[in-house]
Design a protein around this ligand. Structure first.
Ligand code: ZN
Length: 124
């Protein structure tokens, strides 16, 4: 069941980006709460519009980070203006924001989400 969902998620990730809220509603709620508590009310509401577009390619094995826009666009936009909002620890969460939009989410110690993001399908 879980493996099947993972394969479907990976397939959808390539074809059509799923919403974070569909894939990991618990994380969406957590991000929403942490943003709201820090006074980022309008960003908090946008958590439910965040899609899993691309996988973070860093070397941290506990990382379940992802991009909410295509990496090509991100690299291009990065030269302009962005802000990293630190959302605390246990576990560590950060979001990168450009033009009042969440463009990347850094989250660790979320093995199930990490597997869903990275599973290319056809295995397991
Ligand atoms: Zn990462």
């Amino acid at each position: 069941m879980a493996a099947r969902l993972r394969r479907q998620t990976a397939r959808r990730l390539r074809r059509k980006a799923p919403y974070l809220d569909e894939v990991d509603p618990e994380l969406a709620e957590e991000l929403h709460g942490r943003l709201a508590r820090r006074g980022y009310g309008s960003l908090a509401d946008r958590v439910f519009d965040v899609k899993l577009v691309d996988v973070c390619q860093c070397c941290d094995r506990s990382c379940a980070g992802f991009y909410a826009i295509g990496r090509f666009h991100l690299v291009w936009l990065w030269r302009h203006r962005r802000e990293t909002v630190d959302l605390g620890s246990a576990p560590v969460m950060r979001v990168d924001v450009m033009n009042d939009r969440i463009v990347a989410v850094e989250v660790f110690e979320r093995p199930e989400l990490r597997r869903m993001l990275r599973d290319e399908g056809g295995r397991g």
